[in-house]
Every structure is written in C-alpha cells, then in structure tokens.
Design a protein. Structure first.
Ligand code: OX2
Length: 833
C-alpha cells in the first residue's frame, strides 16, 4: 500500500524547526505528562523532552523497517545478555545533529538543559566491558547503515547502584523503570512462548518416522520491548529488542489451577522472575538455574522472532543463514546453537544434516575472556531439568563431533576428553564455550594478543582442529558517546581545525598530528583538559566532600574491581609514594589525585575488601597534614556510563595494569586515550595495540609480558622472596600488616596481605618494582607540561583505530558478510538531515 506520510512529517511532532520543537515540547508536557509549567516537575520536563525527541525519531524508525522489509537484506543479529546503553537522550540529540538547537529551545523556555539530561535514569543492563561493547556496536551498526538488531533481556533491575558507607561498598537495587521509560515501545503482538523443564517423549509421525516431542513443565511469554537506535547523521534507526518475561494468559490458571488463586499468582510471579534482575557478576559464572533460564529465554524468543520475520518475508527456511548472521556475545547466548537445532528438527521437521549446516552457517562466537572461572559450564542434572530436549540434542551433536575428531586424531583419547562438549572429570558439566565453537563458523577474540592466547591456550584444541575458524576482531568504542557527547569542548577544538569528518572516520584525527608542535594549539588543548578537570573536581566535592586540586595530575583507575585488574597494585604504589613523601618532604613530584571507581560483585569478598583498602588508605593520606595536599586518594562511587562520561575527559593518566595475559582487551583504555589521557600499562589486551598506535614514546610501559608471566609461573613463583629482597615492598606490606591504614586493626587487611605473600596469583609482587619505577617516570614527565601536552595530543589523534566503526566494518567484511542498506525516508527522497 502506497502511503502518504507527508502530513506526519509536517506535524508539530516531527518538524525540526526551533518553533515547532518548542511547541512539541509544551504539547507533550500537557498531553502526555498532563501538566502545565507551574506544576511540572523536573522529571515531567525530562519526559516531555524525551517524547519530543522520540517523536522525531519515529519517521526514521518506520522508514528503516520498511526499507529493510522491502530489500530483504541480510541482517545482523547481535545476541547479548547485556546491553549497557547509558542515557539515551543526549546521544540521540548528537546522532540527529540537533543537540545545540534543542539546548537553545530548552534554555529559551527558562529551563536548565543539563539538569534535564541528568534526570534520565541510565539503563544499566550490563556489568562492564562486555555489555558496553554491545552498546557501542549497535551504535556503529546504525551509523554504518547495516541492517541489525540487538537482542537481549529487559531486566527490571539492572546493575545495582553502589554507595560507599564507612569505606565499604553497599548495594541498592536499580529501579531504572520507576519513572517510566520513554524510549521503548512494547510489541505484545510479537510475543513468543518459551518452554521450560518437563520431559521428552518419542512418537512416530504420519510418515512412520520416529520423532521427539518436548512436554514442558511450564511456559512463559516473552514480550519484546523495542528501542530505536539511531545512526550518526544517517536516516537509519535500527532496533534494540529486549524481552520481558510474563505469565501467559492462555496457559491460564483455569485449566491447571482451578480455584487455586494463590497458586496461580505464584506462577505469575515465577514467570516474571526470569527477566527480573541482571546477575551482577562480571567474569564469574553463577551456576544458578534462573541464570540458565534467562539465557534460554532470550535466545529462544530471539530465534523465534527471526523465524517470524523469515516467514513474513516469504524466505524459505533453507536460507535462514543467508538472511541472518547471528553473533554470540560470549557464551551467555550459546544455547542458541542447540535451540536453533531443536526448532529446525522438532518444529520444522528439517533433517539433521540440513539443520546442522544452517546452524553452523548462522552463528559466530566472540570469546571475551581467558579467565577459567568465567568459562560457563552447567551441571548436567541442572541442565537436564531446565532443558531436557536440548541436552539430548547436545549429546547428539557431541557424538557426531567426537566421531570427526577420532578420525582426524586417531587414538588420541586425551584430546577427545578435552574437546568433548561434556566435562566428564568428576561431576559432569555442559561446556558452553565448546558448544559455541562447534556450532559456529567463526570464532574471534577481542584484541590481537587475546586472539593469539586463545589459539595457544584456552581454545588450542579447537584451533588445531579448525584453524580456519579463528579470527581477531579488536574491540572499539563509539566516538559519538565517548568524545562528542562527553567531551564537547575537545570535539569542537578538533572540528574547528579539521571539520567533522572524523566523527564517522576516526582515522582523520591524524591530520592533527602536526598541531602537537604548535604551542597555541597545545595551550588550547591544555585549557580544555583543565576545564574538564575543574568540572570533575566540583562533581567529586558534591559526591564525596573531598576537595581536590585541578592543578594536580588526575590519575584514574576505573573498571570493575577484580584481583586480575590489580587495583591493589595501584594502592601499593600509593603507599610507597606516601612513605617517601613523608621521609623527604622536598621530593620533587607533581601533586597527584589518585581516583578509583568500579563495582565489586556483591559476592566477591576480596574485591569488596579491595574497595575498603582504597578508601582506608585514602582516609589516612587525605588528612595527613605532612602531605599538604600533594596526594589525594578518592573513590568515586557508582562508576557507570553516566559517571564515565565525566571521567574520561578529565583524566591525565589512565591505569591499565592487569597481569599480562588476563585482560582480554579492555575498552576503557581506548576511551581514556581518545580523550587525551596517557596510559601507564602492561602489555595486555588492547594496551599492546594502543601502544603501537600512539607510539612507545607516548606510553608508560611496565611489568612482565604474558610469556614471562607464563614462564615465571612454570618455574615456580615465590612472592615471599620478593618481599624479603625488596625492602621497599617489605616496608609497604608491613605498614598494611601493622594496621597503619586500619586504625590499628591488624586484621582488616590480613587476608589480602597474606594472600599476596603466600600466593599472589596475579603477580603483584613480581611487577611491583617495575611499576613504581614507571610511576616515577610518569611524575617526571608531568612536570614538563609542554611535553606532556604533546603526548596527550598524540594519544588522542592516533586513536582512530579504536573506533567501534572499524571493529564493525571488520566483522561485516570478514564474518557477517553484511552490506549497508541506506535508508530512503518514506514519502520523499530526502537527504539525511
Ligand atoms: C570483558 C573483558 O574482561 C574485557 O577485557 C573486554 O574488553 C570486554 O569484555 C569486551 O570485550 N565479561 N566481561 C568481559 O569478558 C567477560 C566474560
């Protein structure tokens, strides 16, 4: 049907002139919030503004859906249990190119624009890097005009809010939906039924073939909630589709629970539990039944949704893998391999071989970690009770797979056991990474070093079997959120010199390299950084009551709290510096503010104690008059996307100090570098590539390499020897052990120090001296402001590689085979605005 959409576009709800925006804003306040200005709250204004912007996104969204429908183009489906989106409003304004205009409109109405932006509760539907990567990727997919959907879970409670009480982390539930979410549209008409539990039965179909039927114990409904994802200054508006679980009305209480009202309500509650809360563990498997149910729930809904689209586009099932490229973001959605097989075999009656070919050609798998404790495995009995049919299918996949291995590696029984989808050593487990590897045509790591280590270590046997499946796709981050939105002054300084082509093509920043030698430019650059630091100092004062000096070096370590990330190594250096300053008040070091931020998984006691260590050391140093404010230690509470946007632009130094071989990539390292912070870091993850890009002379390197770490462990690592032979290290540890930072309580950090002295699994002691020496170099460098600024500029302008646009282009070319589909807006052949 030919549609005349002109009236919608001329309407107050779509026009982009200032007058119409103002009118639309006031209309929404009146007609949606039901308020007039005298009574409106800040939240009313925020919602009215959000709806005003959403109204203006809908034409692009509807046009995009129509274009995709008509083109039948290959679609990327990014399956991820986490999408750490951050606030939408500012980002949508940036991507539509109307940030400045809307700011003016709001201010002309006498309102505070920053306050309205700050009113948005951030959708924190992720733990850290993995979830944020998914968010950057869907931004880039839309910007590159690739047909794509993000599929995930609409958690009612996202990552907990962190407060610090008496130096300890406290968790508060994240009620991000309490004031309503203007960005999502529920699509109950596309709900999907998901089965769980029960048993399987064999039966003979009308052609006399033996088939299997799954008789579930319960059925839950998945309701899709869609959020438009705009490309940067394109007409594309892709979709993030998150599933909420509900009790099905049809499978109702009348049949099963007649008269049992409470039983019925109970069923409703258990159904809704599935999408209730994000598991707050980063890189730690939880092994909980509900977690497996969550994974299966969103995967099943998403695959059924793809089958629905296939049907309405009249595409035969045999071409599923041509229509959809499905990326598994870590193993959380790996059950998709068995679910697609089950759908094809049991529901669409496809033969095994055909089903397997479609499955393998559909999926690709990204691994994000080398940590053994993060590799998901499900105990067999648990798995069987939730997904009995899938277990049968996995056994069959495994038996066919191991036959293939047997032929290739005749007589190598040990290899078979290592490769098996089932871990048989003691209690039996389903190995999700193995399922993902077997069911995918491509397997990638997230930085060069990480991808190499996968081949040498964690996935070695798979590499030897199928070397052609292995790739590297180094992570990236979106410059829209992480430069334009969060650091507007830096962005305009850049655009004033080279125009704004860099926003979609970050390598263009290199045009600014010669400016590093220009004293005027350096001054402007320094002033921008300095203004960002002043703003951040005010923020810290408001949040913590601690006064910090914007003249001091802002040295940040923000990321999840984890032993492998070694926040405690940072603390050991702080104590050693404190010690030296007390001994020699004339020590020539620049004033420094050490800032930390990050959440600890609520059940990870050592990580929580690391937070207490940071705050305790800070308490002593910050009020020691001898120090005269030359060093300060601050823990910034509740590190998330919103606080990150304030942090990266204000940083002088970025701490990326994980034990080499442990951090798969890191992405915060990229955000810091893009915003002109220098890195002190180990040769780990993407640090290696950052150093390559910015130049070794503009990067502070220390510590053992991954190979050296491996060799040291192999030869026997004795942390106690370092303590005994390095008086400096001994001094620091003894202060901690003696209670100098715990009001004399020698027990408070005993567990931490004993752990280091006797085990030190992350080799803090082995890297300590090298780190301290390197920090001295940092301090010396900061004293030469001109030179430092030069390095800062070079870090930013050489970070083009780390745009997620580059990552996504590589995924498209090498794995997804997906092409751009530029969007023509309905009703006219409009140029993108
Ligand atoms: C993280 C990795 O730890 C980090 O190094 C990487 O940059 C990020 O994923 C994005 O690739 N959970 N979080 C991660 O891995 C897992 C598992």
């Amino acid at each position: 049907m030919e549609q005349n959409t002109a009236p919608y576009r001329e309407h107050n709800r779509t026009s982009l002139t200032k007058e119409k925006l103002k009118q639309g804003f006031l209309d929404n306040l009146y007609f949606i919030q039901g308020k007039f200005p005298t009574l409106a709250s800040r939240n009313d204004y925020y919602l009215a503004l959000a709806y005003t912007i959403r109204d203006r996104m809908l034409h692009r969204w509807i046009s995009t859906a129509t274009n995709y429908y008509e083109s039948g183009a290959r679609t990327v489906c990014y399956l991820s249990a986490e999408f750490l989106m951050g606030p939408h409003l500012g980002n949508n304004l940036v991507n539509m190119g109307i940030f400045g205009m809307v700011k003016e409109v709001v201010e002309e109405l006498g309102l505070n624009f920053e306050e309205l932006l700050a009113q948005e509760e951030e959708p924190g539907l992720g733990n850290g890097g993995l979830g944020r990567l998914a968010a950057c990727f869907i931004d880039s997919l839309a910007t590159l005009e690739i047909p794509a959907l993000g599929y995930g879970i609409r958690y009612e409670f996202g990552i907990f809010e962190q407060t610090i009480v008496d130096g300890w982390q406290m968790e508060k539930t994240d009620k991000w939906l309490r004031n309503g979410n203007p960005w999502e549209v529920p699509r109950p008409e596309w709900a999907q039924e998901v089965r769980l539990g029960g048993h399987t039965e064999q039966y003979t179909d009308e052609n006399g073939r033996l088939r299997v039927r799954w008789v579930p114990a319960k059925i839950v409904l998945g309701i899709p909630y869609d959020t438009p994802i705009l490309g940067y200054r394109t007409n594309t508006a892709n979709t993030l589709r998150l599933w909420k679980s509900e009790a099905p009305e049809s499978f109702d209480f009348e049949v099963f629970n007649r008269g049992d009202y409470y039983g019925a309500v109970d069923q409703k509650v258990t159904s809704e539990n599935i999408s209730k809360v994000l598991y707050p563990n980063d890189e730690q498997l939880s092994g909980k039944q509900l977690r497996l149910e969550q994974q299966y729930f969103f995967v099943s809904c998403s695959l059924r949704d793809m089958l629905r689209v296939l049907a309405i586009q009249n595409i035969p099932l045999s071409r599923f893998h041509e229509k959809f490229a499905v990326q598994l973001n870590d193993t959380h959605p790996a059950i998709a391999v068995a679910e697609l097989m089950r759908l094809l075999l049991d529901e669409y009656l496809v033969d095994w071989d055909d089903a397997w070919e479609i499955t393998q050609r559909t999926f690709a798998y990204t691994n994000h970690t080398l940590l053994p404790e993060a590799l998901e495995q499900w105990p067999l009995p648990l798995f069987a009770s939730v997904l009995p049919r899938h277990l049968e299918i996995i056994f069959e996949i495994n038996s066919r797979f191991l036959d293939e291995v047997r032929i290739k590696f005749l007589g190598d029984e040990a290899r078979l056991a290592r490769l098996s989808l089932i871990n048989e050593g003691g209690e039996r487990y389903v190995r999700m990474a193995h399922l993902a590897c077997v069911g995918s045509h491509a397997i990638n790591g997230v930085a060069e070093l990480h991808s190499e280590l996968l081949k040498q270590d964690v996935l070695k046997d798979f590499y030897e079997l199928w070397p052609e499946k292995f790739r590297n796709k180094t992570n990236g981050v979106t410059p829209r959120r992480w430069m334009i939105l969060s650091n507007p002054s830096l962005a305009s300084l850049v655009s004033d010199r080279i125009g704004n082509g860099w926003v979609r093509d970050l390598e263009q920043l290199r045009q600014l390299e010669p400016m590093a030698d220009d004293a005027d430019f350096r001054k402007e650059w320094w002033d921008v950084k300095r203004a960002n630091k002043v703003a951040f100092a005010q923020y810290i004062f408001k949040r913590t009551g601690i006064l910090v000096d914007p003249e001091s070096m802002f040295d940040f370590q923000v990321k999840r709290i984890h032993e492998y990330k070694r926040q405690h190594l940072n603390v050991l250096h702080i104590i050693s510096l404190y010690r030296r300053l007390k001994e020699n008040p004339n020590l020539e070091v620049p004033p420094r503010t050490f800032l930390f931020g990050g959440k600890a998984a609520p059940g990870y006691h050592t990580a929580k104690r690391m937070i207490k260590l940071i705050t305790s050391v800070g308490e002593v140093i910050n009020r020691d008059p001898d120090i005269r404010d030359r060093i300060k230690v601050v823990f910034v509470p509740n590190f998330n996307v919103t606080t990150g946007q304030k942090i990266y632009p204000a940083a002088d130094l970025s701490e990326q100090i994980s034990t080499a071989g442990k951090e798969a990539s890191g992405t915060g390292n990229m955000k810091f570098s893009m915003n002109g912070a220098l890195t002190i870091g180990t040769l780990d993850g993407a640090n290696v590539e950052i150093r390559e890009e910015v130049g070794a002379e503009n990067f502070f390197l220390f510590g053992l390499t991954a190979d050296e770490v491996y060799a040291l462990r192999a030869s026997g690592y004795h942390p106690y020897d370092y303590y005994n032979t390095n008086p400096h290290l001994k001094d620091v540890i003894d202060l901690l052990r003696g209670g100098s930072f715990s009001r004399g309580d020698a027990d408070l950090f005993r567990g931490l120090t004993d752990g280091l002295l006797h085990h030190d699994p992350y080799l803090l002691f082995a890297d300590f001296q090298s780190y301290v020496d390197c920090q001295e170099e940092v301090s010396r460098a900061y004293l030469d402001r001109d030179h430092w600024t030069r390095m800062s500029i070079l870090n930013a302008v050489r970070s083009g590689k780390f745009s997620s646009d580059r990552s996504i282009r590589q995924y498209c070319e090498d794995i997804w085979k997906a092409e751009p589909v530029p969007i023509t807006l309905l009703g006219q052949n409009e140029e993108p605005t």
